[in-house]
Design a protein around this ligand. Sequence first.
Ligand code: SF4
Length: 431
Amino acid sequence: MDIDYQKLRLDGIYQQSQKGDLMLRVKVPAGVLSSEQAEKICSISEQFSNQLLHLTCRGSIEFHWLQYRDVSQALAMLSAVGLTSRGACGGAVRGVSCSSSFSADFGIAQTLARKLHRHFAGNPHFEGLPKKFKIGVDAGYADARHLIQDIGLVYTKTVDAVHLYDVWCAGGLGREPQPAIVYEQAVPEHELIPLIEAVVRVYAQNTPPPKRLKFLLNQIGEAALREKVEAGRHHGTAPEPRATLDGPLTLPGDDPIEIPVFAGELKSADLQRLAGFAREYGNGYLALTADQNILLLLQKASDRLSLQKQLQTTGLLTDLPENRIRFRVCPGNHKCRMGLSPTRDVAMQICQALGDKQLTGTLAISGCSNACSQPQLATLGIITRKSIQQKDGTRTPLFDLFRQKDAGFGEVIRENLDIAGLLDAIVQESR
Ligand code: SF4
């Protein structure tokens, strides 16, 4: 059977290998997942995948090794719990991320992220775009993720019960990283959807595939981009905002317990257990963090010790060396067709090389220059730049090492390192 893999992308599916194995990416709005949704994801993984889930840095979840014949049933199972993969790959508005899960204002940011997800996910007006279009909501400037979005929204304050956001525009990583520009500050929440719609339309109408919005900004300049957006800003499809009962799904003012997930790879059996704990100790919701970990939010602070004990007993909370480093790791050539290095193996080799040495901050590893693990926003970032074929047919990956010095993008401090050189450089940087 001839499969149109290009068409499948809009349903969140990429070809994983020439053999026909597929990756299915599920949008999890704001990274907030109910226990019921988590259990359904486990069922899909157990029936159609390999019982291993990949948590992305944008709060999405990926299944690997799916077969085409199983896709419809997997999508139907997702739909039964209100989840979709529509627009998670290809030229569409991607999953709306929210990297503020530890912030006091997480409730405000996640409520907006979910509202934007409802508006843009699967909306045909915002599909068939030149390439991906990423929206991220943050509750503050702490981690600089607004710099890498096509539209980055940063909550700043609430005035007269209206939430105000700074709007950043046309950022992105990949082969040509470019920090976003400030488009407008203190925009009231009800004005955001018409503004984002205008930006998406300008992008769709003026950008050659497969370029992103940052390309258009560079081509026509900031003044012309603003002129085009403003011309269409008040002619959107967005309905008038109405009163809503919508609010945060997670518990307010909570001190969450973070479950480390090494390199973002989670056993479905472990997610099943976490879903149970979220029901027993929380209000039935988990949060996926931007560092590929999971937060459990407690209903009663007095349950903390008891939950910690249960997490330790079930092996979910351990003091293994690999859990002492805050990694972000993309699937690399373990699973991704673009991958030039075995990123998880590299992460484990780094743990072994560091031994008892401390590495503060985050360490992000990407298997190619697409930079899916956001290495330019990590304390130390690694990008696999190329892979050299050796005489015996094996391939040697070469890495660039980045270090973040201030709030902007990290800069390359070492280039073209083989694995031994990379490990050595990281040990030196940890001193
Ligand atoms: S960075 Fe490259 S190898 Fe890693 S997931 Fe993205 S495309 Fe694949």
